[in-house]
Design a protein around this ligand. Structure first.
Ligand code: ADP
Ligand code: MG
Length: 389
């Protein structure tokens, strides 16, 4: 089975990695010649799907499915048409995506479904979060503590020509769930916990999540199912919530293949979300997935630059070259990295697992220590979001 993956950055890394793990032949397309997923794929081609439509059509014609791994609306719309022309299944739902890329529209849907969300300003007190309605990857997200900074932040976002969301800052673990739908039914999958850097970008994912009442987890899954079924989702989405005082408040959902969380789910449970997505849309098989094993996994990003090492958000990974999968490097389970012994600056996605969260964490610590020791690192920086007052 051959999967055509369009987009070679963060979602492309994730899709290619998972597709290969599931035994697919992978073919990645991107309009830029140096994207990180190229070196992970069996085959790649530099094509601008919008500007070189015929070339894209020809190149994708022998694929068994097309998986869009980008957030460019023109590219997504073109792929939707190409897949119809070629009669090749598209593992993506354009209508749902169009709703989910507006937080304004998404919030309206969730309100209609009675899903708890952060209280909107001014029905809440400081600190508040300000964010643009239709960006992703934490772009433009700000936490502010007073009226003056609120005005400044609002001015900044309106200069981005964006609708502005202002809402209660919810303090607690950030939980994510993927949901796969076949247009009629939707199945929520495995909860993961996302840990942020100082710019609210995701630098680490953990599965299972930290401990909280299992009812809360069930609620988050139910919110995911409800949203997906109300969209008649035919594809994959993720939904993100923050848990505070026993309540999960939903921040957003995004109807596209996410990055980071699916690989963590794979290592913790053996469940491969790309395979499930393909089975749901191509083979018409959509069942609730049973974990093949119950392990714990930690997934994180690091950059090494000379004697310094930094934990970083995924944003830093969009332009990395020569990524390869390296099993067991520095005592990790796996690293997706451009490390070579001679390279001064390198990036890595580090994945460590164990039979319990504690065991996975111990393995992770050992791995970080190995990296520090073997690369003679003298500075290790691990930025976290500002602690709330
Ligand atoms: N109301 C909120 N309370 C606390 N943190 C928030 C809130 N809204 C957003 N954040 C933080 O900012 C990150 C990005 O915001 P999100 O709404 O998910 O937008 P994006 O589409 O950029 O991912 C979230 O993962 C979360 O950590
Ligand atoms: Mg988000």
């Amino acid at each position: 089975m051959k999967l055509g993956i369009v987009g070679g950055r963060l979602q492309g890394i994730e899709s290619t990695y998972l597709a290969r793990k599931a035994g697919f032949e992978t073919f990645v397309i991107d309009r830029r010649p140096e994207v990180p997923a190229f070196s992970l794929a069996d085959e790649f081609k530099v094509i601008d799907v919008v500007k070189q439509r015929d070339e894209a059509l020809r190149s994708l014609s022998n694929c068994n499915a097309i998986l869009p791994a980008n957030e460019d609306i023109e590219t997504l719309t073109t792929l939707d048409k190409i897949s119809r022309e070629l009669k090749i299944p598209l593992l993506f739902d354009l209508d749902s995506y169009n709703i989910s890329c507006s937080k304004f529209l998404s919030n309206q849907i969730m309100k209609g479904l009675n899903i708890p969300m952060p209280d909107p300003w001014p029905n809440c007190s400081f600190p508040v979060i300000i964010k643009p309605s239709s960006q992703s990857g934490s772009t433009g997200v700000m936490k502010v503590h007073d009226e003056e900074k609120l005005r400044e932040g609002m001015r900044f976002i309106s200069e981005m020509d964006e609708d502005i969301i202002v809402q209660e800052f919810v303090d607690g673990p950030n939980i994510s769930i993927e949901v796969i739908g076949n247009g009629k039914r939707a199945v929520p999958l495995i909860l993961t916990e996302v840990i942020l850097d100082n710019t609210y970008d995701c630098k680490m994912v953990r599965c299972p999540t930290s401990d909280f009442d299992s009812n809360i987890g069930d609620n988050i899954k139910e919110y995911g199912r409800k949203v997906a079924e109300s969209l008649s989702l035919r594809g994959i989405m993720d939904l993100e919530a923050i848990v505070h005082n026993g309540i999960a408040k939903v921040l957003e959902f995004d109807a596209r293949i996410p990055s980071q969380t699916p690989a963590t789910v794979l290592h913790a449970t053996g469940i491969n979300l790309v395979k499930l997505l393909f089975d749901a849309l191509v083979n018409d098989e959509l069942d609730s997935a049973t974990p093949l094993h119950n392990k714990a996994a930690i997934y994180e990003h690091i950059i090494v630059d000379g004697e310094a090492m930094m934990s970083c958000g995924e944003g830093q990974f969009s332009n990395v070259d020569n990524l390869r999968l390296q099993i067991g490097l520095f005592d990790s389970d796996e690293m997706i990295t451009n490390y070579t012994p001679r390279r001064k600056k390198w990036h890595a996605i580090v994945i460590c697992t164990g039979n319990s969260p504690q065991e996975a964490w111990t393995k992770r610590q050992k791995c970080i220590n190995q990296i520090i020791e073997k690369n003679k690192i003298t500075h290790y920086l691990d930025p976290v979001p500002e602690v709330s007052k």
